[in-house]
Write a protein that binds this ligand. Structure first.
Ligand code: GTP
Length: 609
């Protein structure tokens, strides 16, 4: 297939507007997968993706299609397919917009899918602009037209007013009933450009993604921009300077299908004896060893926006957790993990995530795929602190912000985001109140049609990582949609809030908060802890403090818990049983200093904003 016969495209949409269903239908239409293959959402491969109905990691599938130019011609029915189409799936959730831009870099066009009843939503806007920045040609697809509340005309008006897309270009489809789907592939072929690479130039390919396979080793997804790649070729990496031999090369059809060669414009996989995915730098340029090439532009590195400590729920499990994290970060380079130790929790990891959902998904994968039981500390964002000696540090762990009498904090900054919120106009009031409580600054307010309002806010990242989206949904009866992009660091008035148990600070519970909110957050944390810590043999005081100033205090009175008290009579087996039971109960506790803290207490602390 010469580049003129290739189209690389993506489907972009707001969550739940039908992207994965539509992708499945296209794979069926082209015979890439069988109809009713019993595994809906073919491209969502991870267990968490299927369970939560979200796409986390982008997947690619190659399809072959017979396109009839003009009128269908009965004589060419026997002819082989004349077009090769690569569908590059993208995640829909805001945390993964980094993955979206990566996938779009390998495309020339995108289907912008919008739910005919819900209309344009916050992620439609965000994804449209990501595609627009990549200079992609866009085909608007208004999906779910089978729904009784579908209003395609309203969606067309929104597409025109927000993105200046011609309403006549919109395709009307139902991925459920199949209506209108036959127009999609012809539109992809006729309206999207072919890949621009040069067949006779030296090989340059972009490394899109990689994962580790038990049997084959590291498998790289690549887009061949110029030239061709064959099995047996010697290739080199611009990023690492390493050389490899191509052991296997092929397409995802949709399973790995060896072809022995990939030509200009194709997207496929390469196995080249890389030992770990750390060697496979996403965005790297691979080329024929000995040739001289200009590297491709690549990608901006993933930015970690949320950090938290991960510790084994049971101290002895550190090695198991270490192993699980190593394996998992091997396949998800967007998570960073560095060993750290906490006085309270022992050895663990400081992990960086793209966002809160990303963190949740990682926790879930650790538990589901590796059976790890973990305690996670209050998530934090990367703050910047400046000291009196002029030095500046990025603080990813609040506990590391030790009070050093020789060094005074002179200024601090926190990361902010630009949030896009779309809501029916009757909810404007409560949303404005919520955003100002969260220290937001309104940047834009406009109507996208006669019922819906689009607002843009600058918000501190810290304010949206905990519970913002849930609250936004609840005050708008579920109608609000929300997306955000990173923005600059802003000067702020931040303080470190310590939690003390029996006058001992618990490093794993320290958090950095805005000065104006410290009092309330301190009180909430202390109350939460009181609720979840059981009475013990001695009195426990729980305090929140800023420096040496105590801002909240609770205490739990002592209780004598002698499980053997009831066992008069001296029945040894019964005594043993009770002691065993008591030990069981203790397993789910974490002893901090002298106080046993149940795992749930740590989970509850995560919810205080
Ligand atoms: P993410 O993977 O999270 O981005 O979601 P998505 O955009 O891929 O949405 P998905 O394909 O999972 O569809 C969401 C829901 O809408 C599912 O329950 C689908 O069955 C349903 N759905 C998809 N297309 C249609 C359609 O044309 N009509 C109707 N009525 N329902 C549809």
């Amino acid at each position: 297939y010469p580049p003129e016969r290739i189209r690389n495209f993506s489907i972009i949409a707001h969550v739940d507007h039908g992207k994965s269903t539509l992708a499945d239908r296209l794979l069926e239409l082209t015979g890439t997968i069988k109809r009713g293959h019993g595994q809906p959402q073919y491209l969502d491969k991870l267990q968490v993706e299927r369970e939560r109905g979200i796409t986390v990691k982008a997947q690619t599938a190659t399809m072959f299609h017979k396109h009839k130019f003009g009128f269908p011609d009965a004589s060419d029915i026997q002819d082989p397919p004349n077009f090769l189409l690569n569908l590059i799936d993208t995640p829909g959730h805001v945390d993964f917009s980094y993955e979206v831009s990566r996938s779009l870099a390998a495309c020339q066009g995108a289907l912008l899918v919008v739910d005919a009843a819900q209309g344009v939503q916050a992620q439609t806007v965000a994804n449209f602009y990501l595609a627009f920045e990549c200079n992609l040609s866009i085909i608007p697809v208004i999906n779910k037209i089978d729904q009784p509340t579908a209003d395609p005309d309203r969606v067309k008006t929104q597409l025109k007013s927000l993105f200046d897309l011609d309403p006549n270009d919109a395709l009307l489809t139902s991925a459920k009933t199949g209506q209108g789907l036959e127009q999609i592939l012809p539109a992809v072929i006729e309206r999207l450009p072919s890949p621009p690479g040069k067949c006779d130039s030296p090989l340059r390919m972009l490394l899109l993604d990689s994962y580790y396979d038990e049997y084959k080793g590291v498998i790289c997804h690549v887009a061949v921009v110029d030239g061709a790649l064959r099995k047996g070729d010697k290739i080199a990496s611009v990023a690492t300077g390493q050389n490899y031999e191509v052991l296997d090369v092929g397409i995802m059809h949709p399973e790995l299908t060896p072809t022995g060669v990939l030509f200009t414009g194709q997207v496929g996989y390469v196995v080249s004896g890389m030992r770990t995915t750390k060697e496979a730098r996403v965005g790297d340029t691979l080329y024929h060893s000995k040739s001289v090439v200009v590297p491709l532009p690549g990608f901006k590195p993933a930015k970690h926006m949320v950090f938290s400590g991960l510790y084994p729920a049971d101290g002895s499990d550190f090695d198991a957790l270490n192993h699980a994290i190593e394996r998992l970060t091997c396949n998800d380079a967007s998570v960073s993990a560095a060993k750290e130790s906490s006085t309270a929790l022992g050895m663990g990891f400081r992990c960086g995530f793209l966002g809160l959902l990303h963190m949740d998904v990682f926790h879930q994968r650790l538990e589901q795929e590796y059976g790890a039981r973990i305690i996670s500390t209050i998530p934090t964002v990367p703050y910047i602190f400046e000291y009196s000696d002029g030095s500046k540090i990025q603080v990813q762990n609040p506990a590391s912000l030790a009070s050093n009498p020789g060094k005074r904090v002179t200024a601090c900054w926190e990361p902010s985001v630009i949030a896009t919120i779309i809501i029916p106009s009757e909810y404007v009031g409560p949303v404005i109140t919520l955003c100002s409580e969260r220290r937001g600054e309104q940047l834009e307010y406009s109507f996208i049609d006669n019922q819906r309002v689009l607002m843009k806010y600058r918000l501190p990242l810290r304010e949206i990582i905990v519970d913002f989206y849930n609250e936004l949904k609840s005050i708008t009866s579920g109608y609000a949609t929300f997306d955000y992009e990173d923005s600059e660091y802003q000067k702020s008035d931040l303080v470190k809030l310590d939690i003390l148990l029996n006058a001992q600070p618990v490093d794993a519970m320290a958090t950095i908060v805005h000065n104006l909110k410290a009092q309330r957050i301190g009180r909430e944390l202390v109350e939460k802890l009181k609720k979840f810590i059981d009475r013990q043999m001695f009195e426990i005081t729980i305090q929140a403090a800023i420096g040496s100033k105590i801002i909240a205090r609770e205490s739990i009175s002592a209780m004598r818990k002698n499980v053997l008290a009831k066992c008069y009579g001296g029945d040894v087996t019964r005594k043993k049983k009770l002691l065993e039971k008591q030990k069981e109960g203790k397993k789910r506790m974490k002893r901090v200093g002298s106080v046993d803290i149940p795992q749930e207490a740590f989970h509850e602390l995560l919810k205080v904003s």
